[in-house]
Design a protein around this ligand. Structure first.
Ligand code: GLU
Length: 427
């Protein structure tokens, strides 16, 4: 890990390695910020990572061996923070990239935390609750030694949820011999969770979109919107986008496909259909469309809320949306960023746009530390203040440096992390 990897510049962008993307994005910011060589090199790599092998008893009596990771990218500004993903395609490089983005995410909203991420290679859709519980506890038995409210604090991410956080905090508390609820966030309310954590990622993104509408002079009431992904972030974006801004959501999708209705899709009805059938597809009265087609729909607002690398140089020229609300982590490749910027599309970049989740996670840690809990209204108010300030800091940086919003967000975040690294005397 000591040598610097160069990202190959090719004419056609192949499916990008997310960690190389994260490094390439940092490189661009480092150049503009004129970071010195050692500081730049330090920020290109995780400070620590742990690879674990997890034997889990399956329901059929067999034992299956799973592999997992925890990456602590940078803790100059505070304990590392970031979710744990359960995904069949998880790799150490996706986890490294996500941990890097967490570092910039916590810095851009100016909360006193560093960045980390975890992952287990598994397919939770094919596992029973009992198997998931045993896997989650096995992960904590291995990774618990590097976690803790003052060291590294996980949270939910793709295919993990409050129940999984509950098993994890329980396992950790047994290892320690006392309850330490603040070692993980996104917990159920009964175990020290925070009011307002459930929809916080989408809510933060919707607050950013509201602010973008103001600075761009775009009326968002009735604005046609397409949402890719219908997990926690995407489904709450449908609900809150409609409730708070009056968006007209005409298309949504999940991993099985998408649905479209030019008259708009009702959140409650789509959610009821998904709960019943397990997917949004075949929603009555809607046309079927693919995930790829959804990204190219003629809508005003596009909300990628699923996985990384969905907008590349191949499809970015076909995107018609005026505003992109990136609730997913890493949905847009560097080449696509430039194409969208040149086309005048306003991208609210991932680690700003989806920072609402970790912001309320931070509020959860604060509440756990004081053992005193806030009303939901106060959480919303404090989240709004954080997101609004971060949005305008990034918007201002983009104007000042004449760069796209992602690079502007990097300028704001990296300079904060760099300052902490320098003050601590690391470089
Ligand atoms: N997994 C979420 C993210 O990517 C939340 C992280 C957290 O709350 O720590 O931002």
């Amino acid at each position: 890990m000591a040598t610097q990897t160069k990202t190959p510049q090719t004419a056609i962008e192949l499916v990008p390695n997310p960690f190389q993307v994260a490094q390439q994005q940092l490189d661009e910011a480092a150049e503009l910020l004129e970071l010195d060589g050692a500081l730049h090199e330090l920020l290109r790599w995780p400070l620590r990572e742990l690879h674990v092998t997890l034997p889990v008893k399956m329901d059929d009596g067999s034992t299956k061996i799973f592999h997992g990771f925890r990456v602590q990218y940078n803790d100059a500004r505070g304990p590392t923070k970031g979710g744990i993903r359960y995904h069949p395609d998880e790799t150490i490089d996706t986890v490294r990239a996500l941990a890097a983005w967490m570092t910039w995410k916590c810095a851009v909203v100016d909360i006193p935390l560093g960045g980390g991420k975890g992952g287990i290679i598994c397919n939770p859709k094919e596992m029973s609750d009992g198997e998931l519980e045993r896997l989650s506890r096995a992960y904590i038995r291995q990774v618990g030694r590097i976690l803790g409210l003052e060291k590294d604090v996980p949270a939910p991410d793709v295919y993990t949820n409050p129940q999984i956080m509950a098993w994890m905090v329980d396992e950790y508390s047994f290892l320690k011999g006392y309850n330490e609820f603040g070692m993980i966030t996104g917990k159920p309310l009964a175990l020290g969770g925070s009011a307002g954590r459930g929809d916080a990622t989408a809510r933060g993104g919707i607050y950013c979109l509201r602010e973008a509408g103001k600075v761009l002079g775009i009326d968002l009431k009735g604005a046609t919107t397409a949402i890719q992904g219908y997990g926690n972030a995407g489904s709450f974006a449908h609900k809150l986008g409609t409730e708070l801004l009056g968006l007209k959501v005409v298309a949504v999708s999940d991993s099985r496909g998408g649905i479209y209705n030019s008259k708009g899709l009702d959140y409650e009805a789509v959610m009821a259909h998904k709960s019943k059938t397990g997917s949004v597809v075949k929603f009555p009265g809607a046309e079927a469309l693919s995930n790829e087609a959804l990204l190219e729909l003629d809508v005003k607002v596009l909300v990628p809320s699923a996985l990384e690398s969905v907008l590349t140089d191949q499809n970015a020229p076909k995107v018609k949306a005026k505003l992109i609300v990136e609730l997913a982590n890493g949905p847009t490749s560097p080449a696509a960023d430039r194409i969208l910027y040149d086309a005048g599309c306003y991208v609210i970049p991932d680690f700003l746009c989806n920072a609402g989740g970790v912001t309320v996670s931070y509020f959860e840690m604060v509440q756990n530390a004081y053992d005193y809990y806030w009303q939901e209204g106060l959480v919303h108010e404090r989240l709004d203040a954080k997101m609004t300030a971060a949005f305008h800091a990034v918007h201002r940086a983009a104007q000042e440096h004449q760069v796209h919003n992602r690079l502007a967000a990097y300028l704001v975040a990296v300079s904060r992390v760099a300052e902490a690294v320098k003050l601590r005397g690391w470089v």
